[in-house]
Design a protein around this ligand. Structure first.
Ligand code: GDP
Ligand code: MG
Length: 201
């Protein structure tokens, strides 16, 4: 990515988001930020595809496992294992079932700080603690505790890329090159124009 204004990020509306009829509301929130939608499709991913999605980041297994172990301990609970790889194996098994349960909507958003802006609008991973005003905070109520009791993934409506590098790899997995469009949006002249000339007649 050589142009700051062309940072891209991948968003997935997970099966619960589609079933809750939130596709339009979710697109609206990202769209209103000023980011540009440059790719969009509906897919029913199979479990192998879901696995390749989460494993595009080679560190993901260790990071997610360790983060989960730490969060159990912080709450005074015993993690399912002390081994991050084993903890992630449980999370990944649940995520595969969750994401492959029905159609999902994949989209690519582009613009300055696309990754960070989208994560801010999306909200924190666990709906119980994601901020009010974010999509996860406003539209769903799940928690790790509830998901653990039921032995399933936390239903948090969305995936969004964690970094520009992760985004590039994820976009390449979900979209062919020709399915992501380069085009001009009128909004961009207001968002990015240095002098804001051309408004007054
Ligand atoms: P995200 O980028 O905000 O979606 O979060 P991560 O990349 O850290 O995690 C990916 C997915 O793994 C999340 O959407 C959750 O479904 C699951 N996950 C992450 N951390 C935990 C955890 O501590 N406990 C459980 N049960 N699931 C987790
Ligand atoms: Mg992530």
């Amino acid at each position: 990515m050589n142009n700051l204004k062309e940072e891209r990020t991948l968003v997935i509306v997970k099966p619960d988001g589609v079933q809750r009829s939130l596709i339009g509301e979710i697109i609206k929130r990202y769209e209103q930020s000023g980011l540009k939608l440059v790719g969009l499709k509906m897919i029913v991913p199979d479990e192998d595809f879901v696995e390749s999605h989460y494993l595009v980041d080679p560190e993901w297994r260790v990071k997610t496992g360790q983060k989960t172990i730490d969060s159990y301990k912080k709450k005074g609970k015993t993690p399912p294992s002390e081994n991050p790889i084993e903890v992630t194996a449980i999370i990944l098994k649940n995520l595969k079932k969750y994401l492959a349960a029905g159609p999902v909507v994949a989209m690519v958003w582009q613009g300055i700080h696309a990754v960070g802006i989208v994560r801010k609008i999306t909200g924190g991973t666990e709906p119980l603690t994601s901020d009010v005003g974010t999509i996860r905070g406003d539209f769903t109520i799940d928690s790790y505790e509830m998901a653990d009791v039921d032995g399933r993934a936390v239903r948090n409506l969305l995936h969004s890329s964690g970094s520009p590098e992760e985004a590039d790899k994820e976009i390449a997995l979900w979209f062919k090159e020709e399915e992501v469009y380069s085009y001009r949006l009128n909004n961009e002249s207001i968002l990015y124009d240095i002098n804001l000339d051309g408004i007054l007649e």
